[in-house]
Design a protein. Structure first.
Length: 142
């Protein structure tokens, strides 16, 4: 499996409000670093939805099964993927926020090995900062 790093961030101007997301994919082939940026936005959304959408869209853009390290400053996303998702599925997402996106995440991630890693936001992590700027820019376009 190809190893990929996906750096993500989501933004919402108001909660709910106009939102944006960004995923930066990084991988290496033949000692050459490749980078791809996926971004977009939505009206009347929340920060948590955009954080999760960044992960979904980043994974969705992959063409073959990969071993993925997702870097996010969202504890909601990191703990959701690493800890809570199994139990949410068992209770059929009853009383879970954003069940549509969590179900979509399950579909797009099923052929991959995904590990989520929390990074402190606005703390000098170059790619997290870049995602933050792009996500805010996407939200402002709406």
């Amino acid at each position: 499996m190809k190893k990929i790093k996906i750096y993500t961030d989501g933004s919402s101007l108001g909660n709910p409000g106009n939102g944006g997301y960004c995923a930066i994919l990084r991988y290496e082939t033949n000692n050459k670093l490749h980078e791809k940026i996926i971004s977009g936005g939505a009206r009347d959304t929340t920060n948590n939805r955009m954080e999760l959408m960044a992960v979904i869209q980043g994974i969705k853009s992959l063409k073959s099964p990969c071993e993925i390290d997702v870097f996010s400053d969202s504890t909601y996303v990191v703990r959701g993927i690493n800890e809570w998702l199994v139990n949410w599925q068992k209770k059929n997402f009853k009383d879970v926020k954003n069940p549509d996106l969590w179900k979509e995440y399950l579909v797009v991630s099923e052929k991959h090995l995904v590990k989520c890693i929390w990074v402190r936001g606005h703390n000098g992590n170059e790619l997290n900062e870049k995602c933050d700027v792009i996500a805010k820019t996407e939200a402002q376009k709406i």
